[in-house]
Design a protein around this ligand. Structure first.
Ligand code: B12
Ligand code: SF4
Length: 444
């Protein structure tokens, strides 16, 4: 029984599509002859309770300890039942841990360990990183292993009975030990397996996530992508097509690429478009691109291969802020991208970051003026969910002084030109402005 695992997603996680992490891990393990089952508790919980709790505005219900203890009064009994079901599963239990579900994971894992003291549990996912909670999870006995990086080879080691799996923290009498990660080679990237998921329960029908490549070669100062997936690795054509075949067989019509950027270097986007064009099955594709380095021929090729929508991070209209963000974006590049997408009939969504520590009122004004000048191309711009945070794995967190950050608090820090209150105010102003433009039909 040792070599089987049930991979679990607990709330709160996005109910839009099946979670890619679990699909990727189960695909990898099954390919290697291991038994990996999926249990998406999150989607059942979403269907059972007040759906507004899953809205970005209400994430603090899950992340703020005080609010979470009140929420637990509502969902605690239901979670206890789920914990009992999970505890009775044979083999290992693996939990995917994010900032939005960490408290539920801890609650359920504790309950399982009470019900079945020897139950073997492994945690993984972004919240188990070394600079977040990985070490603490093991220290507090919540899990036997905390996998702090990619999960594939770590889980293979665990299911093979290796007592010191790669890329994990574990407890020994002398203290916590950490083993180096063994990253997945490009040739080993496997097609995600969506078989076990309750596909009719997700909000976006017939829509599947996919990652054709891992990592990003840029180093924007607010972002932790390079720490999440070091280097850049691309799926082989064979695995890409296998993934699309499987999505098609599962009734998929729309594929959303979760790649950080589909154009990590020159020629990459054209290559992807050409690969997808050989697989014309009527999928509508969407994905993220970086602004720099995209030619009109790239946009045309993407459109021809089935891309309907792209997302790009513009982040700010202030050249000074963009420089500090280490973001290779300019007004000219933003305009060119918008114009090309508009001409070629690809929907473009633009992302902005409000409240970067060095951002002042003038910088915000520049961002708003930039948006007005982009409006004729009808980009989609949404209000931001929260002011800029200092992600623990980012360059900003590694050298906060450079950005004038006074305290280590990731949310409420005081930056060179703003504090938390000012950032909130900036965000509200920006969001009001965006909603006004949306309502008046100037942007989508
Ligand atoms: C796509 C995406 C979304 C989509 C999710 C759609 C969906 N249902 O999949 C949307 C846009 C909805 C979204 C929303 C948010 N997101 Co998001 N998102 C991403 C993104 C870009 C890709 C996620 C993905 O699919 N990755 C691919 C999979 C394969 O990677 P993975 O999940 O990390 O899994 C690997 C390892 O972590 C590990 N692993 C994972 N689970 C397990 C379990 C076990 C047992 C083991 C051993 C290993 C393991 O193995 C996997 C394979 O190597 C990531 C950044 C990134 N590059 O990953 C951010 C990211 C996951 N999001 C993040 C955040 C903060 C959010 C929001 C809170 C933002 C906000 N303020 O609104 C919300 C939360 C929504 C919610 N309730 O979950 C953070 C999470 C940080 C954290 N500590 O948890 C990330 C990491 C970005 C970042 N650096 O800030 N997001
Ligand atoms: S913000 Fe985007 S482009 Fe910049 S490092 Fe992160 S993933 Fe790459």
């Amino acid at each position: 029984m040792g070599s089987r695992i049930t991979l679990v997603m607990l709330p709160c996680f996005s109910p839009a599509r099946p979670p890619l992490s679990l699909a990727v891990l189960s695909g990898f393990l099954r390919r290697r002859g291991k038994s990996a089952l999926i249990r998406d508790v999150n989607i059942d919980c979403f269907r059972q309770f007040d759906r507004s709790w899953w809205h970005g505005r209400r994430f603090s219900l899950w992340t703020d300890p005080g609010r979470f203890s009140r929420l637990l009064k509502r969902i605690g009994p239901w979670l206890e039942q789920e914990a009992a079901i999970l505890a009775s599963q044979p083999g290992w239990l693996g939990f995917s841990v994010f900032s939005t579900n960490v408290q539920v994971v801890e609650f359920v894992a504790r309950r399982i360990k009470e019900l079945v003291p020897g139950k073997r549990i492994v945690f993984g996912g972004p919240q188990a990183r070394p600079y977040l909670d990985g070490r603490r999870f093991v220290q507090e006995g919540l899990c036997d292993f905390a996998v702090y990086s990619e999960g594939e080879n770590a889980l293979l080691d665990i299911l093979d009975g290796n007592p010191e799996p790669s890329g994990s923290f574990f407890l020994r009498p002398a203290g916590i030990e950490k083993r180096p990660v063994r990253l997945v080679e490009p040739a080993e990237l496997t097609a995600p397996d969506f078989h076990d998921f309750p596909l009719d329960r997700y909000i976006q029908a017939q829509t599947f996530p996919l990652m054709a490549g891992r990592g990003c070669l840029n180093h924007c100062s607010f972002c932790e992508e390079r720490r999440l997936f070091p280097g850049y690795r691309r799926m082989t054509d064979q695995v890409l097509f296998e993934s699309l075949d499987q999505i098609e067989a599962s009734g998929g019509k729309r594929v959303i690429f979760s790649d950080s950027v589909l154009n990590p270097g020159a020629g990459a986007v054209l290559q992807l478009a050409e690969r997808l064009a050989t697989f014309l099955k009527g999928f509508a594709y969407e994905g993220n691109v970086q602004v720099q380095g995209l030619e009109r021929s790239d946009i045309r090729a993407l459109k021809k291969s089935g891309f309907r929508a792209l997302t790009a991070g513009i982040e700010s209209g202030s050249p000074r802020v963009l420089r500090l963000m280490r973001k290779s974006v300019s007004w000219g590049k933003a305009h060119t991208l918008c114009r090309m997408c508009c001409d070629e009939g690809i929907e473009l969504k633009l992302n902005f970051i409000i409240g970067f520590p060095a951002e002042g009122w003038l910088d915000l004004l520049l961002t708003m003026v930039l948006i007005v000048t982009l409006a004729p191309f009808k980009p989609r711009i949404d209000p931001v969910a929260a002011p800029c945070a200092m992600l623990s794995g980012s360059a900003m967190a590694a050298d906060p002084c450079r950005y004038g950050i006074l305290q280590a608090d990731t949310i409420r820090f005081t930056g060179a030109r703003n504090d938390y209150r000012k950032r909130l105010l900036m965000m509200r102003l920006f969001n009001g402005f965006v909603l006004l433009l949306k309502r008046s039909g100037l942007i989508r």
